[in-house]
Ligand binder design. Structure first.
Ligand code: AMP
Ligand code: GLY
Length: 431
């Protein structure tokens, strides 16, 4: 099969690698790709948001299946464009991609579908928003409605902080058009879980659930980032919880989108907050795989990935996939200055021999004129280890992350700390 993966980050390297592992006979293409995808696919220097040139590429290489990694081209209508040209594409059209691109839309869909989520109100003018904050119980969350590359949500302990966040978005336009409409919502207590439903619009196949680590610092401290590491599976994602997520969140949301004439073909990523009493509430929806969650969930699929994505893209019945026993942990290596800035051009050295089960996915890397590998973005690499147990995967990912070198390297040594604590508690109970 000729497959084009759109995007150039760690998620897209993981997609290319998983498709290559699924069937060695695939002819793989990436746009724009990165030095990691170049090892397995033909990279084309077309940006992920250049809809016309991407459509030309699909034509020129007679692509059988296009898999869209990032949200921006989906929100811009890339999937609609390709489908109107008779092409098969994994990813929702612009109308359904609003589930991520407009939090106001997502909240409206959830309200109509009866999906559990934090109580919220939408504002686009300053004074009504400030009046609402003045009466809202603390803490609360102020969110830009539009796409803000992970910077759109501010968790505010006090009304004063919330008022500042509201002013920054609505008056100072700190997030541009993305923050021109905001959502103010109640704070949800609990533990976050990322759930991935591959769907043809009617039925879903769940891939392993994962947990991201959004803060730059160990112990979940410091600034928010795109994600500093992830692991899968997560022990709190029990079959009973996933059944609730399917029944109360995923299926009602897909039905409501379909009712609105926005059928969904792709992966619906539900960011859930699991309350200590076990209730799942939706924090956000995304219209694509998570990054870095893709770097742990895709390596756990041992067979059937291409057939699943292709069937979802065609709106056909979903075939089963095989998921490996064991666990995957990924540790992100970020460049100096991240997340406020990033540093380009620092030479990277990766050990020639990696331990069994370890894959280094490229994200912000580039090939210098002399052919050597250098940093070129905030998140540089994601080091994934797949192993029989969570503990082995965690230490293997961390140890390899230690051995990769570049100036200013930042990474967290505690990816999966909640799962580790759960394991330790289980041990204590046994003793
Ligand atoms: P979002 O951009 O909606 O994914 O939010 C980014 C992060 O902010 C989430 O991953 C949570 O850690 C946090 N967050 C967002 N909404 C809430 C909420 N209602 N209650 C608690 N934390 C939240
Ligand atoms: N890792 C969070 C995201 O992809 O949105």
């Amino acid at each position: 099969m000729r497959i084009l993966v759109i995007g150039g980050g760690g998620r897209e390297h993981a997609l290319v690698a998983a498709l290559a592992a699924d069937d060695a006979s695939h002819e793989l293409h990436a746009a724009p790709g990165n030095p990691g995808t170049a090892l397995l696919a033909t990279n084309h220097a077309v940006p992920a948001d250049d809809i016309d040139r991407l459509a030309d590429l699909v034509d020129a290489f007679a692509i059988d299946l296009t898999v869209v990694g990032p949200e921006v081209p989906l929100a811009m209508g890339l999937a609609d464009r390709l489908r109107s040209e008779g092409r098969t594409v994994f990813g929702p059209g612009a109308a359904a991609a609003q589930i991520e691109a407009s939090k106001a839309f997502a909240k409206d869909v959830m309200a109509r579908a009866g999906v559990p989520t934090a109580a919220s109100e939408v504002f686009d003018t300053l004074q009504p928003a400030l009046d609402h904050v003045a009466e809202h119980p603390e803490p609360m969350v102020v969110k830009a409605s539009g796409l803000a590359a992970g910077k759109g949500a501010v968790v505010c302990a006090t009304r004063a902080e919330a008022a500042d966040a509201v002013r920054a978005m609505l008056s100072d336009q700190s997030l541009g058009a993305a923050g021109g409409t905001i959502v103010i919502e109640a704070f949800l207590e609990g533990e976050e879980l990322s759930v991935f439903a591959v769907t043809n619009g009617r039925e879903i196949t769940l891939l392993p659930s994962a947990q991201d680590h959004k803060r730059i610092g160990e112990g979940d401290r410091g600034a928010n980032t795109g994600g500093m590491g992830a692991y899968a599976p997560v022990a709190i994602a029990t079959p009973a919880l996933l059944e609730r997520a399917r029944r109360e969140v995923l299926i009602p949301t897909l039905r409501e989108l379909d009712r609105r004439g926005a059928p969904y073909r792709g992966v619906l990523y539900a960011g859930l907050m699991i309350h200590p009493d076990g209730t799942p509430n939706v924090v956000e929806f995304n219209c694509r795989f998570g990054d870095p969650e893709a770097q742990v969930i895709l390596p756990l699929v041992s067979a059937g990935l291409t057939a699943l994505l292709d069937a979802a893209a065609r709106g056909q019945a979903l075939p089963p996939v095989t998921v490996r026993e064991g666990a995957a942990v990924t540790t992100v290596l970020a460049s100096a200055g991240y997340p406020a800035s990033s540093h380009k051009g620092d030479p990277i050295t990766i050990p020639d021999r990696l331990p069994d089960g370890v894959t280094v996915y490229h994200a912000g890397t580039a090939t210098a004129d002399d052919g050597s590998l250098v940093t070129s973005g905030g998140r540089v690499l994601a080091v994934t280890a797949v192993a029989a147990s969570f503990g082995e995967a965690q230490s293997s990912s961390r140890d390899t992350a230690e051995r990769i070198a570049f100036d200013g390297k930042q990474f967290r040594r505690d990816i999966g700390w909640r799962e580790k604590e759960r394991g330790e508690k289980r041990e204590e109970r046994r003793e």
